[in-house]
Ligand binder design. Sequence first.
Ligand code: NAD
Ligand code: UGA
Length: 434
Amino acid sequence: MKIAIIGTGYVGLTTGTCLADLGHQVTCVDHGQEKVEKLNRGESPIFEPGLEELIVKNKTAGRLSFTTTIEPAVKAAEVIFICVNTPPKPDGHADLKYVETVAREIAENINSEYKVIVDKSTVPVKTAEKVKETILRYVKSDAQFDVVSNPEFLREGTAVKDTLEPDRIVIGVDSEKAMEKMLAVYQPLIEKTQAPVKIVSVKSAELIKHGANTFLANKISFANLIAETCEEVGADALEVLAAIGLDERIGNQFLSPGIGFGGSCFPKDIAAYKKTLEILGIDNSLVVAIEKINQRSTERFLHKVERELWVLDGKTIGILGLAFKPNTDDIRNAPALKIIAGLKAEGAKIKAYDPQAMANTKKMITDIEYANDPYQVAQGSEALIICTEWDEFKNLDLVKIKELMVTPIIFDGRNIFDPAAVKELGFKYFGVGR
Ligand code: NAD
Ligand code: UGA
């Protein structure tokens, strides 16, 4: 099948590449010239395990191409995926200007052949209606098309695996014809993985996505609330949450307390859902509480550092991990950045290292020192703060780290170390909820 992907970021690039790998003919469009040039050289513009190899494989096989020109891609495609970014507006609602632009560009380029236009970007409920209205407003020919919602559930760091082995495929359609096309797109994957397919209404599909992200964020904030309670009463949040999670109705995933959730999605998606509730006149205090607890998780952690080190002015603090989670170079809304800002505001000197996210961070923060490895971070530091749970940090030679530090203090924002073992080595150790 001929497929066009508009917006070649984390979602568009992974989706396009995986659909090509399943045998489709895919053209990925992005208005970022530099990004497209990189992709045409066979280089991935993002760090995502397994992605670059798959890009090269499918490009070489002639199934995957990249361009900045939307017109031929849209004209040739049977199915067009909208995968552009949907950032938050100042009031928290999703800014849909990029979706609107693409809808308009599609309208200007579609012909009388039937097309399915798929919204894969995360959007508030009823956006597909607006996309349809926009296309109808700007379309020149008597174009035949349907607008479908096909939300994406991939996680950064495991994007390829999540796409090729999905928990479910959600297809929101209002027409039989569009449903058949969408099933044809996913048929190779359905045959391979037996992934459950949920065919639902367009509005339901849109809500499934905001609902899923809000629920996951809710689990994390719940874990952080338990961690806060444990710190007050002297219990161990990891013990408490492990036992709570053993209940099959609850499950043990997404119950790790820490310095809060970040990334390009949870913060913006729950803010957008909160706004949707407000517009609909539905009480949104559950979402407000999720956000409050998340913010408090970072703030409480910073207070812990300040309480222990007292005056931060002039002290060198080592930061291990900048990415918002491991196995990605993405620093959008990374809790590490909030921690760094808080420490800098008190006059601390920051030395930081991340296995993949330093290039992106250097573009944003120029007044901190970047180290080549965790040991260089430890050298001369008065405390080490773990902000991202990279495997590389779990296997550090802590004896060497201790020798290099001015004072052996670890603030473990991701609970990667065993407190007893670290204390045994002579460190002062502060985790989250323990
Ligand atoms: P991104 O910022 O990485 O990529 C978006 C791309 O769209 C950019 O490369 C940008 O240049 C391009 N773009 C914007 N307007 C364009 C236009 N008019 N023509 C061509 N290209 C254009 O964003 P992302 O992380 O891939 O997210 C995309 C959407 O998917 C968002 O709605 C997000 O919420 C959702 N989502 C993201 C993830 C994730 O893990 N990142 C997972 C599920 C869903
Ligand atoms: C999340 C969802 O997991 C995906 O299903 C969804 O498709 C995506 O958002 C999206 O809509 O964009 P992602 O943001 O890539 O994926 O990463 P997660 O693994 O969900 O982690 C998000 C944040 O929560 C990270 O900062 C992580 O450190 C934090 N987290 C996660 C915790 O603090 N505790 C946990 O138990 C789990």
